[in-house]
Ligand binder design. Structure first.
Ligand code: NAP
Ligand code: MG
Length: 406
């Protein structure tokens, strides 16, 4: 038996809800604790405990992430009306991811995990495409109105000295209509740009960014200019050293090039583009259960998670005693991402190599034909066999323990 890998700095561990909470414990018990002398600072973000602590635990977990630099998070319930009764909640607590993102001020990067036998709908995409979505402003924080015929709509700005600048948006003399006011902040766009460039360096991938600056000569053009300024002054030489590129183009040109590409780059998107394109990319690669997600702050703090939710329907079947075939891959990759990052920051190469071997063991299990139901439904392997989550994890462990003994 090998000696367990020691850690120096704790990982911030954010536990969660329902089926993913069940998987969380299984993953730790079967795949991590036998090999790693795991050091975590544990925060229970399960809805019961969030309610007990008036959601303070979510804020505390984000503060701890700022302190230590790396977190791994389980999927959590965002309460709605039905959850108010189900969990007898004091309040309809906000989305934990929203709270954490607001505190860390980060950008979310979503990347698919490509499995043998699962062909993307776009067959040229042989490498993952990572989407970086700017999660602030634009149409998500808008002001809009319906306007009566005969109205004039104006855009007015009052500066701090009280002087006004006004421009006509439209003279609605011929028809009623609609108007919308949008904003973004230089500071938020700068943070977005730095998160993107840092993550590109981190993962050694090219980064693409696109807007509609030819039409939106002030608004979208500002995004283009900020990215260009920050790249030139802070990142250009580091990108050259790393052998990667920053590529800017128009959004419609980007869409055409993405479809023709083989993948293997990061696509930075404005808020709305990222919302739409991340669903397109996730679907094209096959399964939401194979999508990882990492929140990266401009000052280099990382929070890893799966992109999917708590898989509620499977959980209700689990509560009835059924062994479900829920896919744990994205949650395992959240753990390997976090452990590898911890290993890198603390110079513990064994932790990085353990994470890599665990990921390889997962992929080997799937290419050997052993997989959960969601993958079996889309896999083209002939010898495929559907197993429940626990059997799948044990099969991964057989391969992991072999590769660790080599
Ligand atoms: P979901 O948990 O992602 O599941 C939607 C459906 O996708 C499942 O019913 C299942 O389909 C399939 N699926 C997702 N992950 C899977 C996996 N690992 N293995 C196998 N199948 C998987 O989304 P939801 O049902 O809309 O949301 C449930 C709860 O999760 C909500 O309370 C929501 O607030 C929360 N949520 C949290 C996060 C987060 O913390 N990051 C993100 C999204 C949603 P079948 O049932 O057809 O098998
Ligand atoms: Mg969307």
């Amino acid at each position: 038996m090998m000696e367990k890998i020691r850690m120096t700095t704790p990982l911030v561990e954010m536990d969660g809800d329902e089926m993913t909470r069940v998987l969380w414990k299984m993953i730790k018990d079967i795949l991590i604790l036998p090999y790693v002398d795991l050091k975590t600072e544990y925060y229970d973000l399960g809805l019961v405990h969030r309610n007990e602590t008036d959601d303070k635990v979510t804020v505390e977990s984000a503060e701890a992430t700022k302190k230590y630099g790396v977190a791994v998070k389980c999927a959590t319930i965002t309460p709605n009306a039905a959850r108010m009764t189900e969990y007898d909640l004091k309040e309809m607590w906000k989305s934990p991811n929203g709270t954490i993102r607001a505190i860390l001020d980060g950008t979310v990067f979503r990347a698919p995990i490509l499995a043998d036998g699962v062909t993307p709908y776009i067959p040229t995409w042989t490498k993952p495409i990572t989407i970086a979505r700017h999660a602030y402003g634009d149409v998500y924080k808008n002001t809009e109105m319906q306007v009566k015929k005969g109205s004039k709509a104006k855009l007015t700005v009052v500066d701090e000295n009280g002087s006004e600048q006004s421009e006509l948006i439209y003279d609605f003399s011929d028809s009623a209509g609609i108007i919308q006011g949008l904003h973004n902040k230089d500071r938020s766009i700068e943070g977005f740009a730095r998160s993107c460039f840092n993550y590109a360096l981190d993962t050694k991938q090219d980064i693409w960014f696109a807007t509609k600056d030819t039409i939106s000569k002030k608004y979208d053009h500002r995004f283009k200019d900020i990215f260009a300024e920050i790249f030139e002054s802070e990142y250009k030489s580091r990108f050259e050293d790393a052998g990667i590129e920053y590529f800017y183009t128009l959004i419609d040109d980007a869409v055409a090039r993405v479809v023709r590409s083989e993948g293997g780059f990061i696509w930075a998107c404005k808020n709305y583009d990222g919302d739409v394109m991340s669903d397109m990319v996730a679907t094209a690669y096959g399964s939401l259960a194979m999508m990882t997600s990492v929140l990266v702050s401009p000052d280099g703090i990382y929070e890893y998670e799966a992109a999917h939710g708590t898989v509620q329907r499977h959980y209700y079947r689990y509560l009835k005693g059924e062994k479900t075939s829920t896919n744990p891959v994205a949650t395992i990759f959240a753990w390997t991402g976090a452990l590898a990052k911890r290993g890198e920051l603390d110079s513990i190469p064994q932790l990085c190599s353990f994470s890599e071997k665990l990921e390889k063991a997962v992929m080997k299990t799937i290419s050997d034909g052993i997989m959960t139901g969601d993958l079996a439904a889309i896999s083209k392997l002939e010898n495929k066999k559907t197993v429940d989550s626990e059997t799948f994890l044990k099969e991964i462990n057989i391969r992991l323990s072999k590769s660790l003994q080599l």
